[in-house]
Design a protein around this ligand. Sequence first.
Ligand code: AOF
Ligand code: ZN
Length: 333
Amino acid sequence: MNHAEFMRRALEIAQKGDGLTGSNPLVGCVMVHEGAIVSEGYHHEFGGPHAEVEAVRRLPHHLDARDITVYVTLEPCAHFGKTPPCAELLRDRGFKKVVVATLDPNPLVAGKGIRILQEAGVEVELGVLKEEAQRQNRRFWVNQTEKRAYLLAKWAESVNGWMGVNQGKSVAISGSEAKPFVHQLRAKYPAIMVGVQTWENDRPQLNTRLVEGPSPAIWVIDPQFRGHYPEGKDLQIFTKKKVEDARAVVLEDFSPRAMLEELWERKFTSVLLEGGKRTLEQFWEAGMVDEIAQIISPLALSVGADHVAAPTIDFTPSEVHYLGADTLKCWKR
Ligand code: AOF
Ligand code: ZN
């Protein structure tokens, strides 16, 4: 195995933490002695030990750290978080060399980890598989560099480009195999957001009833506060209007970015935006869509005055999957 292959292995094991690390990144660490992997570790879950700590624990005692090169997919941390700084751990163990895929955008670290190592005379190589490493932690990157929630835009449309009907008549577009997929998606997102029009038209439940997993917190975008929100219903409403409702969150700046920043401040690292047309387009036009899941059903809805056209969002899918008769087109920024 060569240099890049060791880092690729570190990225591969990092992926095992997918969905479990919460607001933390996925991180993998591989230790190499005389061209062979002698230890591995990854960040398993939020609050758990960091990848480097896991790898150090598994390292056979008889090996001399001065002969070992450490590969890690993210700059070792420099702060006392839930665990002591990983950069100090690697330094104190006396490893010969540390190869890092990318700097940590977290301001608590951001170059400080590398400095700790270099100042102690540890050889550091930065940038091996940098792009892959940053893409793997796309959500963490958006959170840390833009201080906002990461956004996935999801909608379903008929093959002839309709999204549904107006005036309180909800219509099922996607088929039975797409539904559990959508519910799985919801279980992975701490928040779900819809425009007031969709809220009023469809009365969506926005939960995960078809799969195991938590239902996301519901957010409705309703500048004039004209929606109907039953007493006791657990949700939050972004609005411009100062109203007497504890669930209302009044925003002066009613932009897509401001909403995502507000969500991030409230500890929502990501949000699933489920419509409708105008809302989806507004977030897209504001450059706030990080990922898209578009479901296309083979059903040709007939054209009527009360039909709603699908959003006009021009993207080139990076992946296409099939959910029964439906097609799923995915895109990532
Ligand atoms: C590493 N190795 O495996 C991870 C790192 O709350 P804590 O203590 O878990 O710290 C979380 C921060 O530490 C996180 O925001 C990111 O900057 C870094 N994560 N660093 O050296 C790891 N998971
Ligand atoms: Zn650490």
